[in-house]
Design a protein around this ligand. Structure first.
Ligand code: ZN
Length: 439
């Protein structure tokens, strides 16, 4: 019984520690862009799983629908199924890597090394955080290489040289460390200096930090990886302008991203907030799609803007942060005391707590994906409905979804389990049905 109780306490501790970690969540910088791609995990935090699903007026047997269904090739199925497997494996690897770091005493050893070098908190974190992040990076690198480089090349979806790909992974790592190091400092500084007030401080800074991260993403972080240029004047641009004006957004910024250097896939997304808000089209999308399909994808992205999906994400995160407050006040200190003895976490102010918080974030993030994706599928459907209303061109939208499936090798009709856990968008089969049912 005592063992069971301890195990249960540990599980609760992991959940609550996630709440501490949320404001420096590694997904934070990318969590506020809404793409049109099927397997994007760029989704805001969840509110509820109330997937309404597309209209079902058209049945599978309908020849009209069949004429629009993507060609499902063995390569598409193989690629999609490998991607599903990699997602689950990657999640498991991350959890295992963080757990082993604690279980093998590496956290306490690294803490001792950091504390031996300096008594200054920031100096200690400057040693601890980069080494731990590099450890996680190296532990998960083989699978990332397989999925992000080898598989993409073997499926002829990318021609990016290895060193270009690897350089981007290093940039991600450096950016992660650079942006999260100050947040860890803020957390531990407040834990040490404000033993009673730290939960309020964390809650107070969470919303401004979220808004700042969303604002900065397209103008500070995205340009590290790609070039973004305003769409130049052309007939397509004129028609996009007209569409944006019809949506009530005549000043909408439309950027082109040179994503062709990384991938042959097609996509578009909306990102930023306030003055940094913009719609981004991958250059591949413009190269491969006819104009009416480009307009369909832009209309979907305009839908995200008009319906305020980015702002909703910020509000939901702030509400989540509010829910953290009583947990952090009443539960977290006691739960930290119940962590496994072998980890040798002294108290809440111990920097060896960082791997525990990261481990908790990995676990809860993985278990929370069905909820996050359920919410995401709902707002993606809303954007589809808005886009369809805006263009009034269902067949063009249906052809766009066929292209997204065929060009990106995205399975149009996955299993219900995969859709529930992994898909951030409604399945392409459902989206095609919806587009055709309205016409
Ligand atoms: Zn979208």
């Amino acid at each position: 019984m005592p063992q069971m109780m301890r195990h249960r306490g540990f599980q609760i501790a992991l959940c609550v520690l996630l709440l501490l970690y949320i404001f420096c969540n590694q997904r934070g910088l990318s969590a506020y862009s809404q793409s049109s791609s099927q397997n994007s995990h760029a989704t805001p935090l969840p509110s509820s799983k109330t997937q309404t699903g597309p209209g079902l007026a058209v049945h599978d047997s309908d020849s009209h629908l069949q004429a629009y269904m993507p060609r499902v090739s063995p390569a598409m199925l193989r690629y999609s199924h490998i991607k599903y497997a990699v997602y689950f494996l990657q999640s498991g690897f991350e959890i295992l890597a963080a757990y082993l770091f604690l279980q093998f005493g590496l956290a306490k050893a690294l803490r001792a090394k950091a504390e031996g070098r300096t008594s200054n908190l920031f100096g200690q974190l400057l040693i601890f955080v980069p080494i731990f992040y590099v450890y996680i990076f190296l532990a998960t690198l083989p699978l990332r290489f397989y999925s992000g480089f080898w598989l993409e090349h073997s499926m002829h979806l990318s021609e990016q040289p290895f060193w270009g790909w690897f350089e981007e992974r290093l940039k991600f790592l450096v950016l992660n460390i650079a942006t999260e190091l100050p947040l860890w400092f803020l957390l531990f500084f407040s834990l040490k200096r404000l033993p009673k007030a730290w939960p309020y401080l964390i809650f107070g800074v969470s919303l401004p930090l979220i808004v700042l991260a969303v604002f900065a993403a397209p103008i500070v972080f995205d340009p590290v990886f790609n070039d973004f240029t305003l769409m130049t004047k052309s007939p397509v641009r004129d028609h996009i302008n007209a569409l944006a004006a019809k949506a009530g957004l005549p000043e909408a910024s439309i950027y082109i991203c040179n994503h062709s250097k990384q991938s042959k896939k097609i996509n578009a997304y909306v990102t930023g907030i306030g003055a940094s808000a913009r719609i981004v089209l991958w250059d591949t999308t413009l190269q491969k799609l006819p104009e009416d399909e480009v307009l369909a994808i832009v209309a979907h992205e305009l839908g995200h803007n008009v319906l305020g999906h980015i702002n909703c994400g910020c509000v939901i995160t702030a509400l989540f942060s509010l829910c953290m407050l009583p947990f952090n006040i009443y539960c977290t200190p006691a739960l930290v005391r119940r962590l496994p003895k072998v980890w040798q976490i002294r108290d809440l102010t111990d920097i060896a707590l960082i791997p525990v918080v990261v481990l908790a974030s990995f676990i809860v993030s993985f278990l929370g994906d069905p909820i996050i994706n359920g919410y995401s599928r709902r707002i993606e459907h809303e954007a589809d409905a808005y886009g369809l209303q805006l263009t009034g061109n269902g067949p063009a939208m249906a052809r766009l979804f066929v292209a997204l499936s065929e060009q990106n090798l995205s399975e149009p009709d996955p299993s219900k389990f995969i859709e529930f856990w992994y898909f951030s968008h409604p399945t392409l089969k459902e989206r095609i049905k919806f587009a055709l049912a309205k016409n």
